[in-house]
Design a protein around this ligand. Structure first.
Ligand SMILES: O=CC(=O)O
Length: 336
C-alpha cells in the first residue's frame, strides 16, 4: 500500500492504480471512489471519450497492476495485452465468463470474484421463479389485471402444480446450488445434482451427466458456471429427456441453455414451463417468450438486493490484501 509522504498526506500519484472497467453495477464504482480514493488511484476509462487503448496510453499502462470489472465488460486477451504490469483482475460478479481466465493463468494474473456474497440472493430468485412458474403467480396476476375479472368465475383460472414431491435436479452444486437445495428440501422436493465432480460431503444423489439428471427429474435448476464445457449444457436432448411436464429455471448464464431450442421446445409443448433470470443475448429476449403464460421472466436481477452494499467492502478487501501481498479474500486464480 502507498506510504504516507513526508508531510503526512497521500499523493494520488503514489497510490496504487486500479483501472475501473465501468460503469459497473449500480452505485458500486461511485461509492468505491467516494470512500476509498485516499487509498487507491482509480482510473475511469468509461468516463473518457478515448478508446481504452488511447486512454491507457495517457496513463502509463505499465504502472497499472489491478483491474476491477463487472460482467458487462469483457477482459479479453486483447485487453490484457494492453496492461503489461497487470497482476490482479477483480470482478463484482460471481460469474467470470467475461474474463479470459486461461490468459490470466498463463500470465500469472490473480483473479477474484464476489465469492458467495450473492449466493443466497440468487438461490432465492431460483426458488421464486420455480414457485411462480409452478403456481402460476405472475400468470394469475396478469389474468386479474389485464381483463376485468371481477365478473369472471375465478375457478376458470387453470390449476397449478405442487412443489412438494418434485424431483429437482441442480445443475452445478456450487455455493448457489447448495443454497437452492437447502431452500427446496424443506418444501419436500427430492434433490439430486450434476456437477463437474461428485461432492464429497453431500448426500444428494449425483448424476454424472445432465442428460441422466434430466431423465430422472421434474425440474432442472441451472446454476453452474459458464465456460467452454458448459455452454449449451441444456440442449434439445436434455430438454426432451426432462419431458413435457418438466420445468427449467436458469439463474446462471443465458448461454448455459440453447435458447433457440428451448423456445422451440416450449412452443411445441415438449417442455412444461421455464423461469429465467438470464438470457443468451441480454438484454434481448426471444419475443416468443412474452406470449407464454408458462414462462416467468426476470431481467438478471438475481444478485440485486442489499447484498450489493457489501460489494465495495469486498472488492476493497481484495485490493488491500493484494497490495499487502496477503491472500485474496475471494480468490479464483491465485498466483503460482
Ligand atoms: O450475474 C451475476 C453474477 O455473476 O454475480
Amino acid at each position: 500500500m502507498a506510504e504516507e509522504s513526508n508531510n503526512g498526506t497521500n499523493h494520488m500519484q503514489d497510490l496504487p492504480k486500479v483501472l475501473l472497467l465501468g460503469p459497473g453495477p449500480p452505485f458500486c464504482f461511485e461509492s468505491l471512489q467516494l470512500l476509498y480514493s485516499h487509498k487507491f488511484h482509480f482510473l475511469n476509462p468509461h468516463l473518457s471519450d478515448l478508446s481504452l487503448q488511447h486512454f491507457l496510453d495517457h496513463h502509463h499502462p505499465p504502472s497499472i497492476p489491478a483491474i476491477l470489472c463487472s460482467p458487462k465488460h469483457s477482459v479479453t486477451a486483447d485487453v490484457l495485452r494492453l496492461l503489461p504490469s497487470l497482476r490482479l483482475v477483480l470482478t463484482t460478479s460471481a460469474g467470470t465468463n467475461h474474463i479470459d481466465l486461461r490468459e490470466c493463468r498463463r500470465r500469472g494474473i490473480q483473479v477474484a470474484n464476489s465469492g458467495a456474497l450473492f449466493s443466497e440472493d440468487v438461490a432465492d430468485m431460483a426458488v421464486a421463479l420455480l414457485i411462480d412458474g409452478l403456481r402460476k403467480i405472475s400468470a394469475a396476476d396478469r389474468w386479474l389485471r389485464t381483463q376485468n375479472r371481477q365478473n369472471t368465475p375465478w375457478d376458470l383460472f387453470p390449476l397449478g402444480f405442487k412443489l412438494s414431491g418434485k424431483r429437482v435436479g441442480i445443475v452445478g452444486l456450487g455455493s448457489i446450488g447448495m443454497e437452492v437445495a437447502k431452500r427446496l428440501e424443506p418444501f419436500g422436493c427430492i434433490i439430486s445434482y450434476n456437477s463437474k465432480h461428485r461432492k464429497g460431503r453431500v448426500s444428494y444423489p449425483f448424476c454424472s451427466t445432465v442428460l441422466e439428471l434430466a431423465a430422472t427429474c421434474d425440474v432442472l435448476v441451472v446454476c453452474c458456471a459458464l465456460n467452454e464445457e458448459t455452454k449449451h449444457i441444456i440442449n434439445r436432448e436434455v430438454i426432451l429427456a426432462l419431458g413435457k411436464g418438466g420445468f427449467i429455471v436458469n439463474v446462471g448464464r443465458g448461454e448455459l441453455i440453447d435458447e433457440k431450442e428451448l423456445v422451440k421446445c416450449l412452443m411445441e409443448g415438449e417442455l412444461g414451463g421455464a423461469g429465467f433470470d438470464v438470457f443468451e443475448n441480454e438484454p434481448r429476449i426471444p419475443q416468443e417468450l412474452f406470449k407464454m403464460d408458462n414462462v416467468v421472466l426476470s431481467p438478471h436481477v438475481g444478485p440485486l438486493t442489499e447484498s450489493y452494499m457489501n460489494i465495495c467492502a469486498l472488492m476493497v478487501g481484495n485490493l488491500e490484501a493484494f497490495f499487502l501481498n496477503k491472500p485474496l479474500l475471494t480468490p479464483l486464480i491465485l498466483s503460482e
